[in-house]
Design a binder for this molecule. Structure first.
Ligand SMILES: C[S@@+](CC[C@H](N)C(=O)[O-])C[C@H]1O[C@@H](n2cnc3c(N)ncnc32)[C@H](O)[C@@H]1O
Length: 218
């Protein structure tokens, strides 16, 4: 979490988190390899969603029977592959990434690990790409630039099917949202309040990892 303010507060106890990870389904060999290669290649960047959020993604995709999923923020492909592992064979993941280096790594991972037929990488700025999508999704994972979460939300809800799930990561921003002192914390706090006031959805803000909100469209 190297891009956080110095006063970043760890929300969960690391031993509790480790215990929770140890007592959840283990990562597949493919995903373990991807995590290792991402950590080696991008040692200075800590952006992978990591196991608890990855497993939450999989459980939600599985239990809702989602076939068509959208991800905003691919990075090296960890969460896209987590979803692709559990969708039906005729399902598809569309994932948007603007960083050229990450696009190359993710595309290579999708090919190397045999998911290139099920994952479509949309290369470009998600703020614009999201406005061009004319498909209905069963599940959406939002994990990109935090300052634009409200923008993404505005475009995500109309393309999410009724009963579909939007999972949003980093909504507690190291607990900074409790007393926002910087633009990201203020934006995320306003975003959380916006969802709370939206009567088109039900929501559950879970204090795992950096905070994940499960939003269900009515
Ligand atoms: C936290 S990482 C995503 C991690 C990924 N979901 C995972 O779990 O492996 C956020 C990603 O969003 C990308 N991103 C940020 N702003 C973006 C934008 N406007 N359009 C497309 N991608 C963006 C970043 O380059 C980064 O790769």
């Amino acid at each position: 979490m190297k891009n956080r303010p110095k006063q970043y507060r760890v929300i969960s106890d690391s031993e509790v988190e480790k215990y929770a990870e140890d007592h959840s389904t283990a990562e597949s060999e493919v995903v373990t390899n991807l995590i290792q290669s991402s950590d080696e290649e991008l040692a200075h960047v800590d952006m992978l969603s990591r196991p608890l959020v990855g497993h939450l993604l999989q459980i939600l995709v599985q239990t809702t029977g989602a076939k068509n999923c959208l991800e905003i923020g691919t990075f090296t492909g960890y969460s896209a592959i987590k979803m692709a592992e559990v969708i039906p064979e005729y399902g598809q993941i569309d994932t948007i990434e603007m960083n050229i280096r990450y696009q190359k790594i993710a595309q290579n991972n999708f090919y190397k690990f045999g998911f290139d037929d099920r994952i479509q990488l949309i290369k470009g700025n998600a703020r614009e790409e999201i406005t061009k999508l004319n498909k209905v999704y069963d599940f959406i994972y939002l994990d990109a630039d935090k300052l634009y979460y409200q923008h993404y939300y505005k475009y995500c809800i109309p393309i999410l099917k009724s009963g579909g799930i939007l999972l949003v990561d980093n909504v507690l921003w190291g607990a900074q949202v409790l007393a926002p002192k910087d633009p990201k914390s203020s934006t995320l706090d306003a975003f959380n309040k916006h969802i709370k006031g939206d009567n088109r959805v039900n929501q559950l803000l879970l204090p795992i990892r950096d905070g994940c909100t499960i939003v269900r469209k009515k």
